[in-house]
Design a protein around this ligand. Structure first.
Ligand code: PEP
Ligand code: MG
Length: 576
């Protein structure tokens, strides 16, 4: 018999697959950061895997029966020779050092490089030898995985629907490598960082599905509809047919939108709009590039700290930021300084102080950085250094008062002085912007606009703090609404302040990533959106089919409405 559960759809898409009731565990990742101090260990792990692969091949060779043809022996010998060649081992080791990455990823990069060498060869036979490179690399990867087998739970999550009580951003990051089908949690809200991550990763997700773990059995077939927050257990034939059809439609629409890749974003009345992406880690740029050749309007650097579950040193940060910049190939990178705290916490990083009663209003983001200047200066140094290599901007989260700005400027000067003394190359004049995500900052946005090189609206927190709704508390999520009159007024104040002062303004909060609000924001004067990669083309399509001059008077009327229902109807009409 089918069972129907409801939650809040937080990441769109349809998934059909077996249920996996998730028990929190550390899962093997394909690409992750390895801090400088652990690199030697990582290189040793790589060497051990190469030795193990070599031992396996020797064992196979020893077992080969006597009259085996010479060419097969030669085939194995060539693999053994490859394993002994420093091109593999040393090449991958230097990638670990250069990019502060794990052995698996370094090996993959080195393998791609070697394959490229063979691909470029004129001789067709030599070109086929790239398969040998791939086989050898695969064998080493296999050995690396075996080394880890004891540490990680050996579960294949590909295509499975994860049922959990709640997921931390770190869990979600770990899962993306496993290509899970969908995420369903009993708790959590649409603006939790986990929900944002799921959207960013393009994984359909439903949160607030109470008692899901009790009602859903492991292995049971499920349909998850991330648009409407619906979960169907043991679906009947009719439901399956319906959702398979929907899934096909979504895929077809995606194909259509792909035509917009790398085309300009420009409204019907000729206004060019900047459309960039939000990322959590350098690897996300690959996904962004699959959508559009856009720059990055928000790089949440705290994810690096969360993945390592510790404070990360300057050198490791610098290498990560450089990796992101390198991947962007000349497009701009906006690095946000640490926004740790509240639901983005690392264990024991700041000692065992008493638990904050209200962490969202506590020692979070820039407040925390100002309290821990050493950690902050390390990050400032890393950002200043990477800014010498390309178009990098720095953005400060959760600014509340100009007093903070003065403290920050002092620390930036200290970071510069340190770099000068160390004779390290850095950018003296990088642009520094403020995230406007606290109502106090929104009301003072003209003052911030005068003092900063740019502003960016963080609607996730701006709404949380304006409406006094904890963004991760599903008991009050129903009250969370970007269309609340007060929220719209604050956004308009920020946009007007930026126009008046000529300071560039973007929006990087989730409101910018919601296609329902694109036209409203265009009508309010927003010309720079930083969005989740998976909605970028959909938003571009809406912008290209919008006429700002026609939207403006309608939006002005919306801003004069006080009734939420009335506002919702009018905003929906903009999209017709
Ligand atoms: C925001 O608050 O809108 C924002 C982009 O920051 P975060 O979601 O990381 O708090
Ligand atoms: Mg925020």
């Amino acid at each position: 018999m089918s069972i129907l559960l409801n939650g809040v759809g937080v990441s769109r898409g349809i998934a059909i697959g077996p249920a996996y009731v998730y028990v929190r565990a550390t899962i093997k990742v394909t690409e992750y950061n390895v801090p400088v101090k652990h690199q030697e260990k990582e290189i040793k792990r790589l060497h051990r895997a190469v030795e193990a692969a070599s031992a396996q091949l020797h064992e196979i060779r020893d077992k080969i029966i006597r009259d085996t043809p010479e060419d097969i022996l030669a085939f194995i010998d060539s693999h053994l020779l490859m394993l002994e060649d420093p091109a593999f081992d040393e090449g991958a080791a230097s990638i670990i050092e250069e990019y502060s990455c794990n052995a698996e990823w370094a090996l993959q990069v080195q393998c791609d490089r070697l394959v490229q060498v063979f691909d470029d060869m004129k001789d067709p036979y030599l070109r086929t030898r790239k398969d040998d490179v791939l086989h050898v690399a695969q064998r080493i990867q296999h050995c690396l995985a075996e080394v880890q087998a004891g540490e990680f739970e050996d579960v294949n999550l590909k295509g499975k629907i994860i049922i959990a009580d709640d997921l931390t951003p770190a869990d979600t990051l770990m899962m993306q490598h496993q290509k899970v089908g969908a995420l369903v949690t009993e708790f959590g809200g649409p603006l939790s960082h986990t929900a944002i991550l799921a959207r960013n990763l393009g994984i359909p997700a439903v949160v607030g599905a109470h008692n899901a773990r009790m009602l859903i059995h492991p292995g049971e077939q499920l349909i998850v509809d991330g648009n409407y927050g619906v979960i169907i257990g043991e679906p009947d034939r009719r439901s399956l047919k319906h959702y398979r059809g929907l899934r096909r439609e979504l895929r077809a629409r995606k194909k259509e939108l792909n035509e917009l890749r790398n085309t300009p974003t420009i409204t019907q009345d000729g206004v060019t709009i900047t459309l960039q992406g939000n990322i959590d880690r350098p690897e996300d740029i690959k996904k962004l590039k699959l959508q559009d050749d856009a720059g990055v309007g928000l790089y949440r650097t705290e994810m690096l700290f969360l993945e390592n579950n510790e404070i990360v040193d300057e050198e490791t940060q610098f290498k990560n930021y450089k990796r992101a910049l390198f991947r962007l190939k000349g497009k701009p990178l906006t690095i946000r300084t640490l926004d740790l705290g509240a639901d983005k916490e690392i264990n024991e990083a700041f000692g065992q102080g008493p638990m904050a009663h209200n962490p969202a209003m506590g020692l979070r983001a820039i407040r925390r950085c100002l309290k821990e200047p050493e950690t902050f200066i390390n990050q400032l140094c890393a950002i200043l250094r990477v800014a010498a290599y390309g178009d990098v901007k720095m953005m400060i989260p959760m600014m509340t008062s100009i007093g903070e700005l003065e403290q920050i400027s002092g620390l930036i000067e200290q970071a510069k002085a340190q770099l000068r003394q160390r004779k390290v190359r850095f950018n003296e004049n990088l642009d520094i912007g403020a995230m406007i995500e606290v109502p106090a900052a929104a009301l003072s946005s003209e003052i911030f606009a005068h003092r900063m090189d740019f502003l960016s609206i963080g609607t996730n927190d701006l709404i949380q703090y304006t409406l006094a709704i904890d963004r991760i508390d599903d008991e009050v999520n129903y009250l969370y609404n970007p269309l609340h009159h007060a929220v719209l007024q604050l956004i308009q104040i920020i946009i007007d302040a930026s126009k008046k002062t000529g300071t560039p303004i973007s929006m990087c909060g989730e409101m910018a990533s919601d296609p329902r609000y694109t036209r409203l924001l265009l009508g309010m004067g927003l010309e720079y959106f930083s969005v989740q990669a998976n909605v970028l083309l959909e938003i571009k399509d809406i912008i290209n089919n919008s006429d700002i001059s026609k939207l403006r008077p309608k939006v002005r009327k919306i801003l004069n409405c006080h009734d939420l229902h009335d506002i919702e109807i009018r905003v929906a009409k903009l999209n017709k």
